[in-house]
Ligand binder design. Structure first.
Ligand SMILES: [Ca+2]
Ligand SMILES: [Ca+2]
Ligand SMILES: [Ca+2]
Length: 267
């Protein structure tokens, strides 16, 4: 019973990992990989997404778009993240800090949208969260506040690759400050693509090789009771010659932090 428990503990080792983390502080322009566009009605060309030092959570910059007084329809301003890879992740979650500017309510429409196919086609995005001006603090407080932290459940996109859009729709409305955008999830070793990393030969008399398209940080061999027996770093193989015959657990760690564990037999 104890053995079974320990094996399952090793094999179900979970890691929390950030797939996207952006504080907008490295430059006065939007970070590489981030894009923006306006609505298909073409209205509102004077004010578009950029950065600001007026309000932020992490000093000194935030992503920022200003209101615009337009005619003929509302102005839509879309800010799109780089591709976010949720492959092998569960419980994916978006967090960000948002802020408005003015104390009066100008009925600005803020939303978070997700596309699994395109960073540029607004029709492929679906709304996952919406906000009103009152959901965010205003400029009477210079810094964005802990209460400005918004959390969006992205778990329905677990296992997929997505683009996330911050969309502001208004006519003579308010501004939007967005800072410290993070996407986190739980990496499951049991979700590691089995085709990506494999061990061979298994069973083995001496050398255990790792076949991998990933860059390998280390290979570890554990006893069936969970004790670390041997480690090989910066190598795609480990020598098991001196080990007694029997079952072991091999654990390989890729440079991106992902791991795979598998039962191996020493003969
Ligand atoms: Ca615009
Ligand atoms: Ca910042
Ligand atoms: Ca307002």
């Amino acid at each position: 019973m104890k053995k079974i428990y320990l094996i399952s503990f090793i094999l179900s080792n979970f890691f929390s990992y950030a797939q996207l983390s952006e504080n907008f502080d490295a430059a006065a322009t939007l970070p590489a990989g981030w894009t923006s566009f306006i609505g298909t009605n073409g209205i509102g060309t004077a004010q578009n997404w950029g950065t600001s030092t007026t309000r932020s959570y992490s000093p000194t910059n935030s992503a920022f778009v200003r209101y615009e007084n337009v005619t003929g329809g509302p102005a839509e301003d879309w800010l799109i993240t780089p591709l976010v890879d949720l492959t092998n992740y569960t419980e994916s979650t978006l967090t960000f800090y948002g802020g408005q500017q003015y104390t009066d309510d100008y009925a600005t429409d803020y939303s978070i949208r997700v596309s699994t196919t395109s960073a540029t086609d607004p029709l492929t995005f679906e709304i996952v969260s919406t906000y009103a001006e009152s959901d965010f603090s205003n400029v009477t407080i210079p810094a964005l506040q802990p209460g400005d932290l918004k959390t969006v459940d992205l778990s329905i996109y677990d296992g997929q690759q997505i683009y996330i859009a911050f969309v502001m729709i208004q006519d003579d409305g308010d501004n939007w400050f967005v800072d410290d955008v993070n996407v986190t999830g739980t990496l499951s070793t049991t979700n590691f693509d089995n085709a990506t990393i494999s061990f061979y030969p298994n069973p083995t008399k001496n050398i255990l090789n790792v076949n991998s398209s990933e860059s390998i940080t280390k290979i570890e061999i554990y006893s069936i009771l969970g004790n670390l027996i041997k480690t090989a770093t910066a190598s795609t193989q480990i020598d098991l010659t001196e080990l007694s015959s029997g079952s072991y657990v091999a654990k390989v760690t890729a440079t991106d932090g992902r791991v795979k564990t598998e039962k191996v037999i020493k003969i």
